[in-house]
Design a protein around this ligand. Structure first.
Ligand code: UDP
Length: 441
């Protein structure tokens, strides 16, 4: 696997580390359990990193020196792709020929490296976009900076070179076809997953997943989590978790909360909005802007900012919340939606990208069209009017999320690999896609 711009060893929730890091870690571990050995190449970002780190049995992270360790942002990395590719090719050259059976690249920068490596080694290239410039640009927040044309060109080249493109959802596959000309023979849909061992309602393992004591168990877990986090027991807690950037639209949540308070100022006593995560992407240019917005809206006392936390603590935040709120403008899937639901917490999400797959409207949470704070306030008001709503949706949310284990994602991904490599006896075996497509014409 190639993960040029961010390491599976980084803490997600800020900067360049987010869902893709979690995706690579979880997928690799489950692939290894299925007998697919994985090596993940990533860029060295600190002088004290060893050349290799065993992430889990069968999963090795390889650090490649490409440019200075610190001070480079993702946007600078296209200038380091040659150095990175050099490191990858040199590593392979140290092994017997045929060491790697397949290249799986993540995000377009890695796709550029994968394109060359797969061609050089005569193995298939499987690529996952994670996000696409054209899709992001079509749904930008007001005033946000569009992705550059160079990225669109780079993405188009990768789509052209890839034997298989793994999309998170059928909609993403459609976008790959529509915006980048991906062919049906290239496309495979594999839903990402959630670590159901980590993200689960508190209590015995079966609770929250259909037992009659579900509602009481979810309530008890919430009270315990609030106690640990210092949140008031009786409050309505509307949680935002993830990278703080205009695309994720935490500002819409804040504006909606301001609308709620305008209507009913007494809510100030019983409403808390934690924002867990750090600045990222175009949000890095003005990291204080969300704090400023909270102050401008007069809700600085309600919004509580927290730096990103590890998964074990994030579980507590999910359990403590009445609902997780995701007003994103664009979201290729939205892992936090699955994670919160797996903890028995309903989700209020924008009806974009993978979120309509992750959230079942009216059953495990609510989907909201558009980004008008008044529409968001109307949906959030439901949790205030009916304090038992979250308790009722929670168990259904946990059951829905339980269908998205990473084991299933890994098994489906392994199928895509097998298919790309050509099944035994198939004459498609080991013929690069472009040759295969050319000979089929
Ligand atoms: N995350 C985390 N700590 C935090 C906030 C987020 O570990 O404080 C993780 C979260 O568990 C999730 C990922 O960051 O797996 C965010 O993934 P998502 O798909 O929601 O968004 P992306 O970052 O890919 O845009």
């Amino acid at each position: 696997m190639l993960s040029v711009h961010t390491s599976p060893l980084h803490q997600p929730g800020t900067g360049d580390a987010g869902g893709m890091n979690v995706y690579i870690v979880e997928l690799s571990k489950r692939l290894a359990e299925l007998g697919v050995e994985v090596e993940v190449f990533t860029r060295t970002t600190s002088s004290d990193l060893p050349p290799t780190v065993e992430l889990a049995p069968g999963v090795l992270v390889r650090h490649v020196t490409a440019g200075p360790y610190e001070g480079l942002v993702k946007e600078d990395l296209s200038a380091q792709l040659c150095a990175f590719t050099h490191g990858v090719l040199r590593t392979e050259a140290g092994h017997r020929p045929g060491h790697y059976d397949l290249v799986h690249s993540h995000y377009w920068l890695s796709g550029q490296v994968g394109w060359l490596a797969a061609d050089r080694w005569g193995v298939p290239l499987v690529h996952t976009m994670h996000t696409m410039a054209k899709v992001k640009n079509a749904a930008l927040a007001e005033g946000d900076t569009p992705e550059p044309a160079a990225r669109v060109i780079g993405e188009t080249q990768v789509v052209d070179a890839a034997d298989r493109l793994i999309a998170n959802t059928a909609d993403e596959a459609q976008e790959l076809a529509q915006h980048y000309g991906a062919g049906p023979d290239q496309l495979a849909v594999v839903h990402p997953g959630v670590n159901l061992e980590v993200f689960r309602p508190a209590g015995p393992r079966d609770q929250g997943r259909g037992s009659p004591a579900d509602e009481a168990a979810v309530r008890a877990a919430r009270d315990a989590a609030r106690d640990r986090l210092g949140l008031p027991a009786g409050a309505t807690v509307l949680l935002f978790a993830g990278r703080i950037q205009p695309l994720k639209a935490p500002d819409v949540l804040l504006r909606a909360v301001a609308v709620l308070l305008e209507r009913d100022p007494t809510l100030r006593e019983r409403l808390v909005v934690p924002v867990v995560g750090g600045p990222s992407g175009t949000g890095l240019a003005r990291p204080e802007s969300l704090h400023k917005l909270a102050a401008q809206l007069g809700i600085g006392d309600i919004v509580r900012f927290h730096p990103p936390v590890g998964q074990a603590e994030l579980v507590q935040w999910y359990r403590a919340a009445t609902a997780l709120v995701m007003p994103s403008h664009s979201e290729s899937f939205g892992l936090v939606a699955l994670e919160a639901q797996a903890c028995g917490t309903p989700v209020v999400a924008a009806a974009v990208g993978g979120l309509p797959v992750a959230v079942r409207h009216g059953v495990t949470g609510f989907l909201v069209d558009g980004h008008d704070p008044h529409d968001w306030a109307r949906t959030l008001q439901r949790f205030l009017d009916d304090p038992g709503l979250g308790d009722r949706l929670g168990p259904a949310a946990a059951r829905h999320a339980a269908r998205f284990g990473w084991g299933a994602s890994a098994a489906a991904t392994a199928e895509v690999y097998a298919d790309a490599m050509g099944r035994p006896g198939s004459d498609a075996a080991r013929v690069p896609s472009r040759l295969r497509r050319a000979s089929a014409r």
